[in-house]
Ligand binder design. Structure first.
Ligand code: ADP
Length: 431
C-alpha cells in the first residue's frame, strides 16, 4: 500500500472556485504525489478569456462545463476529476461519468447538495432526521408561521457554511427569519417564483462532524470531531472542532452506522464524506451529509499514517489505492474557525504573537484580508481565520484554542447603517 512515486506523471483535474479555502492543501498534496494538476476554475466565460485561464468553467452551467472538460480531456486525458469543495461536486460527477472514470453518480451528488432532495431521500431511506417542509419564497410567511411547530430552523436548499440557517422560536421570529433568508436567496440569484426554502424541526443535542472515505459504499471513518460550543441558534456559526471525540464508543459506532445508511440513501458510494449529526437521548440524527471533505483550513490538523495529509489520502484513494488500514495519527487535535463578530471593514488583528505563545497552539492563519469587507452569519460565508492546536489531551487542546482566541483582538470598522452609506455614495465616496 502507498508505494511512493507511482502516481508520478498522472494528470488530475481539480475543480475549484477562486475563493475556496481548499486550493492550497489539494495543490500541495498533488505536488507531493508527483501528479500533474489542471485547475478547472469557476469563472464566467468572458473572464476566462480575459484572464487567459487554461480551463475556466462556469459551475452554474453544468452541461457546458462538462462539455469543456470532456473536450479538454480529449487532448490531455485525466485519471481523476475532483471537486475540492461543495461548489463543483455535481460537475465532477457528470464529468467523471462522461469520461468513464469512477465517481459518485450525478444523482447522488445532486442529492448531497440539495437539502430538500437530501431530506426526502434520507427519510425514505430510514435515516433519523427531523420533520421538514418545503416552502415557496412567494408563500405568505404569516400563514406558514401558523403551520409549523417550534422551535424550527429555516434554511436555504443549496447554500453551505450555515449561510442563511436561522432558528425561530415562535411565529414572530419565523416571519423575520423568513424575510431574511428570502432576501439572501434573491441576492444569490434565486428566482422568487421558483425558489423554495426548507423549514425543519430544531434538533436538540450536541453536534459532531464525521470525516470519512467511502469505497464501494463501505465507510472508513477517518475521524470524528466534537463541536464543544453549543449550537443552539439563532445562527449556527462553526467555532471549535476537536478530535478524538469524547462520546462513548457505542455512540460513536451508532454515528458511523447512521452515516453509512445516509450515504446509501443518497447513493453516495465513493470518495470523501463530511457528515454533521446531532446526538441526544434518542441517538444520532443526521443534519447533513456532503460528498466532500471538511471545509475551511480545518484539515490542517489531520495527519494519517506516517505524515499523510487528508488531501493526499483523498487523492490516493481517487487513484484506486486502498485506505482500510490508514489511521489518524494519535494525538488530540483541534481547530477553531474564528467567527466574524460584526460586519464591516476588516482593518487588522493584534495579539497573534501572544496567541501563538499559548502552549499546544501549532499555528494561526488569519484569512480575512485587510481593507476588505467582512460579513457575519447568516449572510456571510467566511471566517476571520483559523487557530490550530495539538496535544496529548483533548480537553487541554480545546482550552488552548479558547485561550489563544482570547489573545486576538480584531479591528473591524463597523458597517454604516444603510442611510449613511447612501449619503456617502451620493457624496462620491466609493464604499
Ligand atoms: P450548511 O450546509 O449551510 O452548513 P446545515 O444544514 O449543515 O447547513 O446547517 C448548518 C448548521 O445549522 C448545522 O451544523 C447545525 O448546527 C444547524 N442546524 C441545521 N439544521 C438543524 C436542525 N434541524 N436542528 C438543529 N440545528 C440545525
Amino acid at each position: 500500500m502507498f508505494m511512493g512515486g507511482e502516481e508520478a506523471g498522472k494528470r488530475i483535474l481539480l475543480l475549484m472556485s477562486p475563493a475556496t479555502y481548499r486550493a492550497g492543501a489539494f495543490l500541495r498534496a498533488a505536488q507531493s504525489l508527483g501528479l500533474e494538476v489542471v485547475v478547472g476554475l469557476d469563472l464566467p466565460e468572458r473572464l476566462t478569456e480575459y484572464w487567459h485561464v487554461p480551463l475556466g468553467l462556469d459551475f452554474g452551467q453544468v452541461g457546458s462545463a462538462v462539455e469543456a472538460i470532456v473536450a479538454y480531456a480529449r487532448e490531455r486525458p485525466f485519471v481523476a476529476v475532483l471537486s475540492v469543495d461543495d461548489s463543483a461536486t455535481e460537475v465532477a460527477a457528470y464529468a467523471n461519468a462522461a469520461l468513464g472514470l469512477a465517481s459518485n453518480s450525478p444523482q447522488a451528488s445532486e442529492a448531497a447538495r440539495d437539502k430538500l432532495l437530501m431530506r426526502r431521500l434520507l427519510s425514505t431511506g430510514g435515516v433519523p432526521c427531523p420533520v421538514f417542509r418545503n416552502v415557496g419564497l412567494q408563500a405568505e410567511p404569516g400563514w406558514i408561521a401558523s403551520q409549523v411547530s417550534y422551535p424550527c430552523v429555516l434554511k436555504p436548499r443549496r447554500l453551505s457554511g450555515s449561510r442563511g440557517v436561522i432558528r425561530a422560536n415562535n411565529a414572530e421570529e419565523f416571519q423575520v427569519a423568513f424575510g431574511r433568508v428570502k432576501r439572501l436567496l434573491l441576492g444569490e440569484g434565486v428566482a422568487e417564483a421558483e425558489g423554495t426554502l426548507l423549514v425543519e424541526d430544531f434538533i436538540p443535542g450536541v453536534e459532531v462532524a464525521l470525516e470519512g472515505l467511502l469505497t464501494d459504499g463501505q465507510l472508513k471513518v477517518l475521524t470524528l470531531f466534537d463541536k464543544p460550543d453549543p449550537l443552539d441558534g439563532p445562527f449556527f456559526e462553526e467555532t471549535i472542532y476537536v478530535t478524538p471525540s469524547r462520546l462513548p464508543e457505542e455512540t460513536q459506532q451508532a454515528i458511523a452506522e447512521c452515516v453509512v445508511v445516509a450515504a446509501g440513501a443518497l447513493g453516495l458510494c465513493t470518495g470523501p464524506v463530511h457528515a454533521e449529526l446531532r446526538v441526544n437521548e434518542g441517538g444520532p440524527m443526521l443534519v447533513e451529509i456532503a460528498g466532500r471533505s471538511i471545509g475551511g483550513l480545518c484539515s490542517t490538523i489531520l495527519e494519517f499514517g506516517s505524515g499523510l495529509s487528508l488531501e493526499e489520502l483523498i487523492l490516493r484513494h481517487a487513484l484506486g489505492e486502498l485506505v482500510e488500514e490508514v489511521e489518524r495519527e494519535g494525538q488530540a487535535a483541534g481547530v477553531m474557525m474564528i467567527p466574524i463578530p460584526v460586519g464591516g471593514m476588516y482593518k487588522g488583528v493584534y495579539g497573534v504573537e501572544e496567541a501563538l505563545g499559548v502552549p499546544l497552539i501549532t499555528g494561526i492563519e488569519i484569512t480575512a484580508r485587510v481593507y476588505n469587507q467582512v460579513v457575519p452569519l447568516p449572510e456571510g460565508g467566511s471566517y476571520l481565520g483559523f487557530i490550530f492546536a495539538r496535544g496529548d489531551d483533548v480537553v487541554e487542546v480545546e482550552s488552548a484554542l479558547r485561550v489563544a482566541h482570547h489573545c486576538l483582538r480584531f479591528e473591524i470598522c463597523r458597517a454604516l447603517p444603510m442611510v449613511e452609506r447612501r449619503g456617502l455614495r451620493e457624496a462620491g465616496a466609493g464604499w
